[in-house]
Design a protein around this ligand. Structure first.
Ligand code: G6Q
Length: 546
């Protein structure tokens, strides 16, 4: 159904008028005017606490944003998603990653099929298999226990399990080393294979379609490498698959008994909760994997039931929307102050940019008068402070930041943790307050007057730069699950406001076919085609180097 254009709605226009004033607000003043600002502008759910007081907004802004959510039917679309309606319009699919983490007794049907029963049957298989590998009952073809797991997949079949295995490092099985090979660049495969023994290695071929060129090339290379030291009959002990494509798996030579299915209503970037999470279950055990699912489910329940003004994912989405649409912020930096979350920015980059990096509405109209998804990027603190934070403090663009931290560490170096948190909080304070030229002059007092005036502009910080801070007590499977689900639902709400289909990815599909012609030319299997002079020149140089 064609929605009225976002910018034509009364709520959007009210926000535009409001923003004309808000652009001049100084956060320093907002804090000075309201001693309760932190209490008023913070919210807690599913083990996560969000402080959003360091943003350029007030109570009126939030009221207007709430009206927009209501006017745009976001809650209706949310309920349609949870109910299994086919809201992925361009692929005619339901969007049910939430069903992957729902309790066993929750009834969800798609086209008359009991999705909940299917999900739990696969989870049971994941449990049996991961238990067997972890306790040593599942052995390689020479009778040795598995020591290394290599997950071969890319995009949604790689980023989630890799991010989660790294994040939950402290819960990992001591015998199992996890490896993730995604890149078609042979160096990636070479690095993994050079560290493992075929007798004790388990390969997981993870591909929803089982046709993705990079994954298929890597899977075939792994198979050939393995068969250098073992017969075909040994494959069944060392190769398992996660996919929706049973036929392709059989053709590859994997025993269908070692296949973990999932379904077309699970988008790649939303699939870590499905059997794509098998590496997680192997790494931390099925019990912790279940806790991860339960944490996400707790966030789902909150998202479905909490009123807008207390709804953590909705608030996070609205702040991002406000910054993007009305305060001209073209990118968002993700700064986890937790080393184990070092792949989280990359994970969110896919989640948000692949979901909402769209330029047409759900009805197919080209969006010309508002912006959609900002660029998402980042790295762990405190490392980023010594690199790109310079631009965040004093560059010409304003980039909002999401700080993420655990209040308690999982190590015993407590002085490190105090230093880490101090940096995290000090940065958000500095972004908000900045440093005025007068404050700089006071700092420089005692130096010659002309020197003070020369240096003052360089040492001045404009401040008034927005940030959110998300805190959890510990980084556990459950809080990580809640954190990922928080951003999934944030992405959903923003997509609904922008009126884009957050669940297709035609840009990614394009990449899957684009290289084929040139690859054939590079391999001498096809005559050089007529490209532009740049592409022709690059191909010629590559061929000359072979
Ligand atoms: C995710 C994307 C994309 C996908 C990969 C791998 O939402 O569609 O990242 O996950 O291209 O696809 P396969 O799992 O089919 O190999």
């Amino acid at each position: 159904m064609r929605q009225p254009l976002l910018t034509s709605t009364a709520a959007y226009q009210a926000l535009q008028n409001h923003a004309a004033k808000a652009r001049d607000w100084q956060m320093r003043d907002l804090f000075a005017q309201d001693p309760q600002r932190f209490e008023r502008l913070s919210v807690e759910a599913a083990g996560l606490f969000l402080d959003y007081s360091k943003n350029r907004l007030d109570g009126r802004t939030l009221e207007l944003l709430k009206t927009l959510v209501q006017e745009r039917g976001v809650e209706r679309l949310r309920d349609a998603m949870f109910a299994g309606e086919k809201i992925n319009l361009t692929e005619g699919r339901a969007v049910l990653h939430t069903a992957l983490r729902a309790p066993r007794d929750r009834q969800i049907t798609v086209d008359g099929q009991d999705v909940g029963a299917d999900v739990h049957a696969v989870l049971d298989h994941v449990k049996t298999f991961s238990d067997a590998v972890r306790n040593g009952d599942w052995v390689g073809h020479t009778g040795k226990q598995i020591t290394d797991v290599i997950n071969i997949g890319i995009g949604g079949s790689d980023l989630g399990p890799k991010m989660v295995c790294l994040a939950l490092r402290q819960f990992a099985h001591p015998r199992l080393t996890m490896h993730f090979v995604s890149n078609v660049d042979g160096h990636d495969m070479d690095a993994a294979l050079s560290r493992v023994n075929p007798e004790t290695t388990l390969f997981i071929i993870a591909s929803k379609t089982f046709t993705t060129a990079e994954t298929m090339m890597n899977a075939n290379t792994a198979r050939q490498w393995f068969l250098q030291s073992a017969g075909e009959e040994a494959l069944a002990r060392h190769f398992v698959a996660v996919s929706t494509n049973v036929e392709a798996i059989k053709k590859f030579g994997i025993d269908p008994a070692n296949m973990f299915p999932f379904w077309d209503w699970v988008g790649g970037r939303y699939s870590v909760w499905s059997a794509i999470g098998l590496p997680v279950a192997l790494c931390v055990g099925f019990g912790y994997f279940s806790d991860f699912l339960a944490g996400a489910h707790a966030m789902d329940e909150h998202f479905r039931n909490a009123p807008i003004e207390q709804n953590l994912p909705t608030i996070l989405a609205l702040i991002g929307f406000w910054n993007r649409e009305f305060l001209d912020c073209a990118s968002v930096s993700i700064a986890p102050y937790h080393q184990d979350l070092n792949r989280f920015p990359a994970y969110l980059q896919q989640l948000e940019m692949e979901s909402n990096g769209k330029r047409v509405t759900r009805a197919g109209d080209v969006i010309t008068d508002y912006e959609t998804c900002p660029t998402i990027w980042g790295d762990v603190g405190t490392n980023g402070q010594h690199a790109y934070f310079q631009l965040l403090h004093q560059g010409t663009d304003v980039t909002p930041i999401d700080f993420i931290a655990a209040l308690r560490p999982a190590h015993e170096f407590h002085n490190h943790h105090a230093a880490l948190l101090a940096n995290c909080f000090a940065q958000s304070e500095a972004f908000m307050k900045g440093k005025t030229a007068d404050e700089v002059r006071q700092d420089l007092a005692g130096q010659p007057a002309d020197e003070i005036e020369r240096l003052a502009p360089h040492k001045t910080f404009p401040g008034n730069r927005p940030s959110n801070t998300i805190l959890m007590e510990y980084l556990t499977p459950a809080t990580l699950g809640a954190l990922v689900a928080l951003y999934e639902h944030k992405t959903f709400v923003q997509g609904a406001l922008w009126d884009v289909n957050s669940f297709d990815q035609w840009g990614v599909e394009l990449g899957k076919v684009l290289a084929k012609k040139i690859e054939a030319e590079l391999n001498g299997e096809a005559q050089p085609a007529q490209h532009d002079s740049s592409t022709n020149g690059l191909i010629a140089r590559a061929k000359a180097a072979v």
